[in-house]
Design a protein around this ligand. Structure first.
Ligand code: C2O
Ligand code: CU
Length: 654
């Protein structure tokens, strides 16, 4: 219902623009006598605007169940537009009984002319508000008034009457219209250009209702000093990851020109134990581009977070950078470059990081497999599990324990389905689920960047994991095919799965700061190019205010997704406890996430403890969205960064 109402509304708002402009054009002509083409045309256009405004009000009302955040901002604009259009239509356009030529009155007198332009203007403003935001709506309103004033003078001049109907007049008006439109678009494009360099420190700030001292960070603590307290000594695990181009062969035979770590895709799996001091040396052998490593989902010290332009400079070709952190959280994580991440992750610069419990045996007979789903966009969007595009066959004797660690490296959610064995969803985003119930089979919508771990005992028949295209079949002889898909198992609802357990904070307790992030879908420009933008509270990076916190704060964030797309919201350096979805409290196991897929029309309330000082990205992990400005930062008061992002620097974290 949300998607239907949302996109109907968007399409009507879009169609209304040319119709309203045509109506405005017609109104500006000198008064047309009854029955002429001019008056008929005005009548038709007015009728279309009336119908469109009515449908938009209906769509807004249908969104009322989603909350005022969804219906309100629409109603504020479309309800007045409908009132004005309906009045103009009823009084000036619709033939009145006893006034058979009613429509000829349209635009005859000055008052009529202004009424008609106000109706047209109200429709344009309502469209602009939905398509491009309230700022654009205000600019549109001013523009319409100006154009109407010019038109009012023009249509009273003798010259305008004399030239009526001449071909050159139409041509001149067309050229003028095109010139105005081109100027407006060029101005919008220029205005959207980002500064050549930009620092996270000192931008707009939002203190979320808490108190704050010195958020301007004068003489503050640099992120480079935040290397952790427990990271001295000899590392238990050392790895070297070399970013380099490689030609990857998918099992379909297709070749992909990839950017890889150590020449393979996914990059090498880093397997460590809880408590290990981990040291990873990043070496850059990519031609002409920088690179970094971000430990997605691992709450590392800020200086190790790997965000170009925020916590470090991108490592230039030929350069290296050493990351050190202690692996404190057991679970499934992944790493990826956070320089030009929308391009670099897509091209292959990612891999898995698995933290086993400290006491896990070095060797075991169990299957423990990480399954990274990745779409190679350059190969016509071919979806893979590792390099598998079709079916991978694996051997697993009956009775064996199998753990599958599902990772979605894409931005869009992917559906994973497991059939053939009773299964438990044992962990989400690295955190164990409390008392996971046994399911007959499971279907999971894994959001971009998210991880789900499955565990089952191998039965004496094949078990099939499907991932929206590619599949893996486990069987005792390793030869079984996937067979027929059969009826899909029920979709997992992580808000209702498992059983409750104690959490360090909950939905009812005291909160130090509250933030609400309302996401909208806007057509416009970003950094000079045309873009569909997803904005936070009507703003894009770097204009979204930083969320300011102090150490020890309990912070609540509400994500309201008013757009028609999924947004996997990823907060660096912290784990968020999901409190409610669409106003309904979660009722299963405590649901901890680092990447929360917020679907179209959904509202999530989450909370986290501010216990990891630094400047942290909070962004959409649909990295295309991030590259179009869907980024903000969480900052602890008094922290500064010496790094900068932007065209004039080497750092492009998005
Ligand atoms: Cu996995 Cu900011 O990213
Ligand atoms: Cu998004």
């Amino acid at each position: 219902m949300f998607l239907w109402a949302h996109y109907t509304d968007m399409v009507i708002a879009l169609l209304a623009v040319p119709i309203a402009m045509a109506a405005g054009w017609v109104v500006m002509r000198p008064p047309a006598p009854a029955g002429t083409n001019g008056s008929r045309m005005w009548r038709l256009l007015s009728g279309l605007l009336l119908g469109g405004a009515t449908l938009r009000v209906v769509a807004a009302l249908l969104l009322l169940p989603n909350g005022w955040d969804f219906a309100g901002p629409r109603l504020v604009f479309v309800a007045p537009a409908l009132a004005v259009v309906a009045t103009v239509h009823a009084v000036w356009v619709r033939p009145m009984p006893g006034s058979p030529g009613g429509e000829w009155r349209a635009a005859r007198w000055l008052g009529d002319y202004w009424a008609a332009t106000v109706a047209v203007g109200a429709v344009l403003v309502a469209s602009a508000a939905q398509l491009a935001g309230t700022g654009a709506a205000a600019v549109t309103g001013v523009g319409v008034l100006g154009a109407a004033a010019v038109g009012s003078v023009w249509r009273r001049t003798r010259w305008s009457r004399r030239s009526a109907g001449r071909w050159w007049r139409t041509a001149a008006k067309g050229a003028l219209g095109a010139a105005v439109a081109a100027t407006v678009l060029a101005a919008m494009s220029t205005a959207s250009r980002l500064p050549a360099s930009n620092s996270m420190t000192g931008g707009p700030a939002n203190i979320g209702g808490g108190s704050m001292v010195g958020h301007r960070h004068h003489g503050g603590v640099s992120v480079t000093t935040l290397t952790g307290t427990d990271t001295d000594g000899v590392p238990a695990r050392r790895f070297t990851l070399t970013a380099q181009p490689a030609r990857i062969r998918l099992d379909s035979g297709q070749q992909v020109e990839a950017w890889t770590f150590n020449g393979v895709t996914p990059g090498p799996q880093l397997l460590v134990r809880q408590g290990d001091l981990v040291e990873v040396t990043l070496v850059n052998r990519l031609p002409g581009v920088g690179v970094t490593l971000h430990w997605h989902g691992v709450d590392v010290p800020n200086a190790m977070d790997g965000v170009a332009g925020v916590t470090q400079d991108a490592v230039p070709p030929g350069g290296r950078f050493v990351y050190r952190f202690r692996a404190t959280q057991v679970g499934t994580y992944w790493y990826h470059s956070h320089e030009m991440s929308s391009v670099q992750v897509r091209r292959g610069l990612f891999g898995a990081l698995v933290v086993l419990p400290a006491n896990a045996p070095e060797q075991s007979g169990d299957v423990d497999e990480t399954v990274l789903r990745h779409t190679w966009v350059d190969e016509d969007g071919v979806a893979t599990l590792g390099v598998t595009t079709g079916v991978r066959r694996r051997q697993a004797p009956a009775g064996q324990q199998v753990r599958l660690r599902l990772v979605n490296t894409d931005g869009n959610p992917a559906t994973f389905t497991l059939t053939g064995a009773p299964v438990r969803v044992v962990a989400i985003d690295g955190t164990d689920v409390h008392e996971p119930n046994l399911l007959k089979g499971v279907r999971i919508l894994v959001g971009g960047g998210a991880r789900y771990d499955l565990a089952f005992t191998m039965p004496d028949r094949p078990v099939v994991l499907r991932a929206d295209g590619p599949a893996i079949v486990y069987s005792s002889d390793g030869h079984a095919g996937p067979g027929h898909a059969g009826p899909a198992p029920a979709l997992l609802d992580p808000a209702r799965y498992g059983t409750p357990a104690a959490t360090p904070f909950g939905a009812a307790g005291h909160v130090d700061r509250r933030f609400t992030l309302r996401v909208d879908e806007r057509l416009g420009f970003y950094d000079g190019r045309p873009a569909v933008r997803y904005t936070f509270n009507n703003r894009s990076f770097p204009d979204v205010p930083m969320l300011m916190v102090s150490p020890g704060d309990l912070v609540e964030v509400t994500y309201v997704n008013r757009s028609g797309q999924h947004h996997p919201m990823h907060l660096h350096g912290h784990h968020m406890l999901v409190l409610s979805r669409d106003g309904r409290p979660t009722s299963g196991s405590p649901w901890w996430v680092d990447t929360l897929d917020v679907g179209p029309g959904e509202t999530y309330r989450v909370a986290f403890l501010a216990d990891n000082p630094g400047i942290w990205m909070d962004h959409c992990h649909n990295l295309e969205h991030a590259a179009n400005g869907m980024i903000l930062h969480l900052s602890y008061s008094g922290i500064t960064t010496p790094f900068q992002t932007g065209r004039g620097t080497a750092n492009h974290p998005e």
